[in-house]
Design a protein. Structure first.
Length: 277
């Protein structure tokens, strides 16, 4: 297939690019750093996969987020609509806000950050037309190899082993036993994309395991694996009021339309995080 992929230099996009090219798809790419020339879509494209975004959950420049996550998404979508080209759009479970039960695609939404609001706004643009030819994927907490460049936005699966390697000390927020997240491996996210390319399903889909794990439990396992100590620190004030304490996907819909064998995050740690010298 001929596919336009945005965000191919990012964490998830780079994994998608590798998989798509390995399966001999013809992949045209676009990165936001090339923003002086926005891509114009050829009518012979089979799909547009739009995973490029400003994904910083702590970004406060709403104009920047609006241009990258809303205006650009609408620009792509209008071209897809003109040529009837299907689109896959990477949204986020952050649109749910903090919940106390597994989040279903039809639940009420309570975004808590500019990033989450931008994803919700983009979703509303893409779903305004009842015949929208779009698959919207609400990623839960994605982790895996290749996210080191994300710095403070990297998952604890990258942050904690890095701290352990450098200092034999893992720092986590006070109350981390109550911070529970649905962690989904990037390889499984890619597999979900690939399977969905072959379906006629359209609409909104959770992309998660439905089996959340606490930050504390992850830190405990990594500390044991690396012979490191733990230190609890206060949560920064700027995160108060916008921190998701609980995320969990209701997977009934995504597991109906695909057959992804979701990775157990604890097993991933045992396989990929080794003791440091």
């Amino acid at each position: 297939m001929k596919i336009l992929l945005t965000g191919h230099k990012g964490f998830i996009g780079s994994h998608l690019f590798k998989r798509l090219t390995a399966e001999n798809h013809m992949v045209q790419t676009y990165d936001w750093k090339d923003r002086s020339i926005w891509p114009y879509i050829n009518e012979d494209l089979d799909w547009v996969i739009h995973v490029g975004a400003n994904s910083s959950t702590t970004e406060r420049d709403t104009d920047l987020i609006g241009r990258q996550n809303i205006t650009f998404t609408e620009f792509l979508y209008n071209q897809c609509k003109e040529y009837n080209i299907p689109m896959q759009f990477a949204s986020s479970a952050s649109v749910y806000g903090t919940t106390t039960k597994p989040a279903h695609e039809k639940d009420d939404l309570y975004p808590q950050s500019p990033y989450a609001w931008s994803k919700l706004h983009a979703e509303r643009i893409l779903t305004a037309d009842p015949d929208s030819n779009v698959q919207i994927f609400r990623y839960f907490n994605v982790y895996g190899h290749g996210e080191e460049h994300k710095g403070s936005q990297a998952s604890v699966f990258t942050k904690f082993p890095k701290q352990a390697k450098e200092n034999k000390l893992i720092e986590l927020f006070e109350g981390s036993d109550k911070v529970v997240r649905d962690f989904v491996c990037v390889d499984d996210v890619v597999e979900f994309h690939m399977q969905m390319l072959k379906t006629k399903h359209r609409g909104i889909f959770n992309v998660g395991t439905g089996k959340p794990v606490s930050f504390q439990h992850i830190a405990n396992i990594i500390a044991l694996q690396t012979d490191s100590n733990l230190k609890h620190i206060p949560m920064p004030k700027e995160l108060h009021g916008q921190y998701q304490w609980y995320t969990c996907a209701d997977t009934s819909w995504c597991n109906t339309v695909t057959k992804v064998n979701w990775t157990n995050p604890i097993e991933w740690i045992y396989k990929n995080v080794k003791a440091t010298s």
